[in-house]
Each structure stands twice: as structure tokens, then as C-alpha cells.
Design a protein around this ligand. Structure first.
Ligand code: PLP
Length: 366
């Protein structure tokens, strides 16, 4: 069986380094708010190029905390509108609604599944205060036009960078394009921990300080609480593992790019719509390799019968989920078409050439 993602193999590549570090942190007796987190935050700042990085418990919290901090420092207020992509994982939307902000959904571009930036301006009202971009599947969602729009209407740009660590636009890393960004280090992400974890990067120091405080019970000084905060800390063990794996992220992303190029050059089945290679290869880190076909369910079944695991990202868009009954009446045809037709093929830094060739062969034979 070619697994969709072989997490065991991905982590065993770094077995010795990780196991030695795990023993060291275990024996140190220091498990939270220590040097491992500090070191990893410094590595993230150096890598992404943003002035601030704050380790948090997971990717959803990273995004929730950005909005929550903007509310606390009164740069956003309850009921403000945030333009969000309709085509995304639900976490992006949850971060907005959890803070009693109003998501205003925008359709994606069918050619790359990312937010269609030319559709944003028509959605802006006096209540619009922010745009959330999601670099979906690992591809940067950014343009000069977006920057101009944000300046013209004085909008904050928040990046959901959960799928795209290492991607670049014009030499700037994702996570350092907007005002603030949320990262996820869920085990299956391109930089994955051994459990849940996440981080925020941002440009403004007051925002950074507020997020750090909010994530620690709203407290900077023990037992003194400035905010009704939460407990959303990155722990020492996860930070130590992430700091090791961080050294390999560029070479692992390059390996994903190689596989994506092989798929794109060699999958020739006319029933399949392939993703496009971006004009600059660094704009994509291929967290997912997503193809599209109106025979999606048959293809998935055929591949499984031929021992190739695939997944669907995602089967139901956020506005059609039971969790959001009050948005169920909305209609976003491009988003809905994508959800009906997409299928993700296996891609990872540890897939070998035989596996890649077998996936190509089976997709072509369908
Ligand atoms: C994974 C993911 C998240 C949430 O990250 P968690 O660490 O699982 O909370 C948010 N947005 C997108 C686009 C994701 O893929």
C-alpha cells in the first residue's frame, strides 16, 4: 500500500537526533516556558524573517489568538467583518467566528483554488477591517493588488500559513507577508511535531506581547492577570523536536517540488485536471497535491483497489457544514465545484521514485 502520508517514515529519518533530544528534555525536568521554546521561536523568526514569533498550542489557537489580541488592543471590535476564502479548512473560519467577528466569504480562483483577489473589493463595506488569506495546499496567496487594496481601505491582512511554511512570494516568506500569521505544526503538516502545536508570527510588538500574554492565562507576571486569557502554550518537547526538523524543511519542501513536477509532467489522463506549476517554484511547497475530476469518487475507489491511498481536501465547505447552519443557504459555485471534484494524491519527502511512478501509472490507467 502506498500510504497517503507515512508519518512514521517521515520522522524516522531524524530518529537519532530526535530521540537524543527527547531524552535530554525529559531528564531536564523543565517542560513549559523554557529555553526549547525560546530557541524554536528564534529559529522561526530567523527563517520567516518576521520580527516576532510566539509558540502556541495548535494552529487554530494561533489564528484565534491573533483576532483575540486585535480585539484586546482595540484594533478590531465585535461585529467587524473579515473577508475569508470560502474554499478553506474550517479552522480558518472558526478563528473568526470564535471571536464574534463576521466572516464574509469570497470565492476562489478555479485555476489555483486560492482566494480570488479580484473579487475582494466588491465585498468591502464600512465594517470590513481585515482580510484572511489562506495559502491553501501550500501555495502562496498574495499579489501587489492585494497589498494596494489593504492600504486603500486600511485593512489588516492575516495569513493562515498552516499549510505553507517555507513558501515565498517575491523573496518574502509566507508568514511575513501580512500583519500576522498563524502556523500549524500538526504532525501531518510540512513541519510537523509529535502532537499538536502551532505558532504566530507578526510585525507589531504590541500585538506580539498581547498574544503571548493571552496564551498564558492573560498573565505576564505569575498570578497577575491582565486579560481573561487561555492556556495555549507550546511545550518544550514539541519545540525541541520542531527546532530539529526546521533544519530540514527546505530540503524536504524541495523533495515535494520534485514529486509535484513528476506528477505534472507524467500524468496524462484526459479525465484529470492537474494543478498548475506556479510561475516561481518557491511560491508553492506542495503540502498537498490536489487533482480534480468529475469522476472523483470512482478514481478514489480505483486507486485504493490498486493500493494507493488518497484523501479529499475537503469534502464539505465551511458554509455547508452543520456547524454553520446560518450560512448553509449561501451559494458559492466555484467553491462547491472544487469540493465535489478534488482528490489529493500522496506526496511527501519520503516517497521514493518507485512509489511516485506507481501513482502516475495507476492514475493514467484509470
Ligand atoms: C491544519 C490547519 C489549521 C489548523 O491547525 P491545527 O494545528 O490542526 O489546529 C488551520 N488552517 C488550515 C488551512 C489548516 O490546514
Amino acid at each position: 500500500m502506498i500510504k497517503f502520508l507515512d508519518l512514521q517514515k517521515i520522522n524516522l529519518v531524524h530518529q537519532q537526533e530526535i530521540e537524543e533530544k527527547l531524552i535530554q528534555v525529559f531528564r531536564s525536568g523543565w517542560y513549559l516556558l523554557g529555553n526549547e521554546v525560546k530557541n524554536f521561536e528564534t529559529s522561526l523568526v530567523n527563517y520567516v524573517g518576521s520580527p516576532h514569533a510566539i509558540g502556541v498550542a495548535n494552529g487554530l489557537d494561533a489564528l484565534r489568538l491573533i483576532f483575540r489580541a486585535y480585539l484586546e488592543i482595540e484594533q478590531l471590535k465585535e461585529g467587524d467583518e473579515v473577508i475569508v476564502p470560502a474554499n478553506t479548512y474550517i479552522a480558518s473560519i472558526l478563528a473568526v467566528t470564535d471571536n464574534r467577528l463576521k466572516p464574509v466569504f469570497a470565492e476562489p480562483e478555479i485555476r489555483n483554488y486560492n482566494l480570488n483577489i479580484s473579487k475582494i473589493e466588491a465585498l468591502i463595506t464600512p465594517k470590513t477591517k481585515a482580510i484572511m488569506v489562506v495559502h491553501l495546499y501550500g501555495q502562496v496567496c498574495w499579489s501587489q493588488e492585494l497589498e494596494t487594496l489593504a492600504k486603500k481601505y486600511n485593512l489588516k491582512i492575516i495569513e493562515d500559513n498552516a499549510q505553507s511554511i517555507g513558501a515565498e512570494w517575491n523573496g518574502i516568506k509566507s508568514g511575513n507577508l501580512g500583519d500576522a500569521a498563524g502556523f500549524s505544526f500538526y504532525p501531518g503538516k510540512n513541519l510537523g511535531a509529535l502532537g499538536d502545536s502551532g505558532a504566530v508570527t507578526c510585525k507589531d510588538s504590541l500585538l506580539a506581547k498581547t498574544i503571548r500574554t493571552l496564551a498564558n492565562y492573560g498573565s505576564q507576571e505569575k498570578y497577575v492577570n491582565e486579560f481573561q486569557g487561555l492556556n495555549s502554550r507550546l511545550d518544550e518537547i514539541q519545540a525541541a523536536v520542531l527546532d530539529i526538523k526546521m533544519k530540514y524543511i527546505d530540503s524536504e519542501n524541495d523533495r515535494r517540488r520534485d514529486i509535484a513536477e513528476k506528477y505534472i509532467s507524467n500524468i496524462t489522463n484526459s479525465k484529470i485536471i492537474l494543478p498548475l506549476l506556479p510561475t516561481a517554484s518557491k511560491e508553492h511547497v506542495w503540502h498537498l497535491f490536489v487533482i480534480r475530476t468529475d469522476k472523483r469518487d470512482e478514481l478514489q475507489k480505483y486507486l485504493l483497489e490498486n493500493r494507493v491511498q488518497t484523501l479529499i481536501h475537503y469534502p464539505i465547505p465551511p458554509h455547508k457544514q452543520k456547524a454553520y447552519t446560518y450560512y448553509n443557504h449561501l451559494s458559492f459555485p466555484v467553491t462547491e465545484l472544487i469540493h465535489n471534484e478534488v482528490l489529493s494524491l500522496p506526496i511527501s519527502p519520503v516517497m521514493d521514485i518507485d512509489e511516485v511512478q506507481r501513482v502516475i501509472k495507476m492514475v493514467n490507467e484509470f
